[in-house]
Design a protein around this ligand. Structure first.
Ligand code: SAM
Length: 293
């Protein structure tokens, strides 16, 4: 049952004050204390009644509470134990929310999710700590857990990089990696004044919707290595990266690109997600053939 009467936002303000909570800048602690706004974020995420949700960094737990009202169960991972008394007051009576105090980058995420939500697809909703945005997104996408759509508040600049397309100066390994798994949807821009304390940057809410077109590399670990390699030295050609990172001869690397109708002088950053996926399959075949012969 949800706690009644006093809103989670008001509970949070009272509890933060009562427990003398001080914000830790290095943990990306910029909270949003407006119930209505956070409920809007929960609504934008599209999570539904029967669903399991993972929240990263619940802070004082207002978004957690809004999510709990819309889904079956929320698991929230928070690094800062100082928030424990605040969270227990704000989430009192919210039976379908559980907080685990852990570092999202260090815990065994697939094991934790499988234990709490066996066999289920888990939707992610979070106002992310900005110092680890890229690492968290990469982790969510590649850790092997059964994760569905990911709705996250990030720095506007990070959102622009994640959603950048081939040819754009912001196109980067994280964009290629994210767009291999998901379509990037911009939901809304959020000004600093929405946060407490206000960050120095604009923020953007984005949703990463899982691709449904069946694009799939045969070996995703190899694909990730190839994506990293493609962007490692942006000024160099892909042939150079392939020879350096995969031990290919120049001739083999050029042959590989030709087999994919790619120009021998192409730079990694000029490839589309579809092209890099097909190239990784062809690279896998070449490496396997060499291993066996
Ligand atoms: N969800 C709250 C909101 O919307 O107001 C708080 C969001 S605040 C931007 C980010 C939260 O992530 C903070 O509560 C912070 O303590 C937590 N956090 C920072 N690093 C973390 C980590 N490595 N693992 C889990 N939580 C982390």
């Amino acid at each position: 049952m949800q706690n009644q009467g006093i809103s989670p936002g008001l509970r949070a303000r009272v509890a933060l004050e009562k427990h003398g909570f001080s914000f830790t800048h290095s943990l990306g602690q910029n909270f949003i204390l407006d119930d209505g706004f956070l409920d809007g974020i929960a609504a934008e995420s599209g999570v539904g009644e029967g669903e399991a949700v993972l929240e990263i960094g619940p802070g004082p737990g207002i978004l957690t509470s809004c999510l709990a009202a819309r889904c079956r169960k929320v698991l929230a991972l928070e690094i800062d134990r100082k928030l424990e008394p605040v969270l227990s007051e704000v989430l009192e009576g919210v039976d379908n929310a559980e907080v685990v105090f852990t570092d999202v980058m260090k815990c065994d995420l697939p094991a934790l999710l499988e234990e709490r939500f066996p066999g289920e697809t888990v939707q992610v909703v979070a106002n992310l700590p900005y110092y680890i945005t890229a690492d968290v997104i990469e982790r969510l996408l590649t850790c092997g857990a059964n994760i569905g759509n990911i709705t996250v508040m990030v720095q506007k600049e990070a959102a622009e990089r994640i959603g950048a397309q081939t040819g754009n100066k912001n196109y980067c390994a994280l964009a290629m990696l994210t767009q291999y798994y998901c379509e990037v949807e911009e939901l809304m821009d959020v000004p600093p004044e929405r946060f407490m304390p206000p960050p120095h940057v604009m923020s953007r809410l984005i949703r990463l919707n899982r691709r449904t077109d069946g694009l799939r590399a045969r070996d995703e670990k190899l694909l990730l290595r190839l994506i990293r390699s493609a962007f490692r030295m942006r000024r160099k050609t892909l042939v150079n990266n392939l020879t350096g990172d995969f031990g290919l001869s120049r001739e083999d690397a050029e042959g590989l690109l030709r087999s994919q109708n790619l120009d021998a002088r192409i730079r990694g950053e000029a490839m589309s997600v579809e092209q890099v996926t097909l190239l990784s399959d062809a690279l896998g075949e070449l490496l396997q053939a060499r291993a066996h012969g």
